[in-house]
Design a binder for this molecule. Sequence first.
Ligand code: SF4
Length: 162
Amino acid sequence: MYLQVMQLTRFTDLGLRVVMRLAVAAEGDRPGSRQVAEELAVSYTHATKVITRLAELGIVDARRGRGGGLAITELGRTASVGWLARRLEGDGEVVECDGAQPCPLRSGCRLRSALRRAQEAFFASLDTVTIDDLTQSPTRAVLLGLPRPADTDFQFSSAIGE
Ligand code: SF4
């Protein structure tokens, strides 16, 4: 049995970071994905993957070209962290029962169902928190104080990719 500690994947954490950053952007300020990646100290490749997923979910409005860039949507501001985390995490369980070496207990395992309930409780605890909640003090000041990249020309480059 391979048991993962119940934690968010890096993909989900990065997605939440991007959304928090966009939530404090001033009206009309639409940073590009490269700028956001630099500010959050993550790879551009990872950032574009998660931004693409956030756009598919309707959390981020991503536009290409001059005057384009990224902005959080109304859904993004009001979405619960649990709702978003579930969608970024996918359907994976905290324990791998059916992997390369399937567990012989999997046809009727009470531990598996208990872990499923624990996983749901983990997400449910995040259902009461919205993205807006996450960007209140002191996080807001930290987000607004992130060092801006020196070269802001890419602010107007494509929103999702090159
Ligand atoms: S079936 Fe049960 S014992 Fe086997 S890996 Fe899954 S949770 Fe663990």
